[in-house]
Design a protein around this ligand. Structure first.
Ligand code: FES
Length: 406
């Protein structure tokens, strides 16, 4: 059969379908449709993408002096019968109330998808000096604590149609957590890829999950600790010990990369991206083979070259939410989302880095600054005046319309 020439199709031909559709509607019985939740596709959609999940802390593992893994199970008493499945590399947005502040924070799942099917999620949390949310979790969550989390979110996942079969994982600090999930997923046979993990830490003592990673090593997984400040000669010990001194450079990546195609997945602090991105640029990889986990908040907008001069330190933001209006004071160097949360306003947010669009709010009046590197808005957002408060900073007094968090 000859292929239709799509450029010559008349879009108005679509209207010819209307009489057929109308006839079918008229011929249909007048009986009420069954409840939407009785349809299998809807049941599947709800199981995979619940609006919210109610869970409880079931177990806490002390990983190191400042890192704990929290195992979460469904809480049927609050309406969650089972946990949503996920892909290795995804995160949960955790709802927190700290004092009068209501907020969410994204945490990568460090457990495997198969463990979710068995009824458990793991979140691994590291203490951050001066941090708010992570330190609150470490200090206040105990076995039995009730927690509200989102469905699994994020696109830092292995996609065989896009990614190369060999992944060079570049991890720093708590950015190790999605790679633990991916390594387990490969070991479980749920992902058909090979992972070579370059795990940057200052010292061997800081590098977590060593025993588990060593146990998973084989043809499809290799761990290389890259230690910037370690002084001991052979610092990981044991058989198959493999560590490098220094930083994750282009030469180091080349040393462990295969001869053919490979993807690079990065997850770590901003300082690691600033360094490693420049190194990766010299490798000449196709853009699709470089993947970043984006979550991580943006701070200090004044360091950007295009940040305007003479911005006042404080402004007023009038917030319209759920039929109410409230005016708050906001610092110009703090994201609008953080200012809303500090004022006790439960604004929606998941990724907190401009990627997911969940915080999407209408700027009724005023000016904001959004750094280019985290500006994930679409064309329609610019046209109709929407901003992402998680990575926008006030440049004047503002009026914004915010949807209430669910
Ligand atoms: S919270 Fe994801 S874009 Fe703002």
């Amino acid at each position: 059969m000859a292929k239709p020439n799509l450029r010559k199709l008349n879009p108005m031909d679509f209207t010819k379908m209307n009489p057929t559709r109308q006839a079918k509607i008229e011929a249909a019985p007048a009986a009420a449709l069954p409840d939407a939740d009785s349809y299998k596709p809807n049941q599947l959609a709800n199981a995979l993408h619940p609006e919210v999940q109610y869970v409880k802390v079931a177990q806490i593992d002390e990983i190191s002096a400042d890192v704990k893994t929290f195992w979460l199970e469904a809480d049927p008493a609050r309406g969650t019968q089972s946990l949503a499945w996920f892909s290795a590399g995804q995160y949960l947005s955790v709802t927190l109330e700290i004092g009068n502040m209501k907020m969410t924070r994204p945490y990568s799942l460090s457990s495997s998808p198969r463990e979710a099917l068995a009824g458990r999620y793991a979140l691994t949390v590291k203490r951050v000096e001066g941090g708010l949310a992570s330190n609150f979790i470490l200090d206040s969550w105990t076995v039995g604590t009730e927690v509200t989390v989102s469905a699994p979110l994020g696109v830092f996942t292995y996609e065989p149609l896009r990614d190369a079969k060999v992944i060079i994982g570049v991890a720093g600090g708590s950015g190790i957590t999605p790679f633990r999930s991916l390594a387990k997923s490969i070991a479980d046979g749920d992902e058909d890829a090979q992972l070579i993990l370059l795990y940057g830490s200052r010292t061997m003592e800081e590098a977590i999950f060593q025993e588990e990673f060593k146990a998973m090593e084989g043809p499809k997984f290799k761990l290389v600790n890259v230690l910037s400040d370690e002084t001991a000669e052979c610092c990981c010990g044991g058989e198959g010990c493999c560590c490098e001194k220094g930083f994750i450079t282009a030469d180091l990546i080349k040393k462990y990369a295969p001869a053919g195609d490979y993807s690079i997945f990065l997850c770590g602090p901003q300082a690691m991206y600033d360094f490693v991105d420049k190194e990766i640029a010299s490798l000449g990889l196709r853009k699709k083979f470089i993947r970043h986990e984006l979550f991580g908040e943006y701070f200090n907008p004044a360091k950007e070259a295009d940040y305007p001069a003479d911005v006042a330190p404080q402004f007023e933001i009038t917030v319209r939410i759920a039929g109410h209006e409230q005016t708050i004071t906001a610092s110009s160097d703090v994201s609008i989302l953080r200012s809303l949360e500090a004022a006790g306003i439960a604004a929606p947010a998941h990724c907190r880095s401009g990627e997911c669009g969940w915080c999407h709010s209408r700027l009724v009046s005023g000016d904001v600054y959004t750094p280019k590197s985290v500006d994930g808005r679409r064309e329609a957002d610019y046209i109709y005046g929407y901003i992402h408060p998680c990575c926008s900073f006030p440049l004047s007094n503002l009026v914004i319309e915010v949807s209430p968090a669910k």
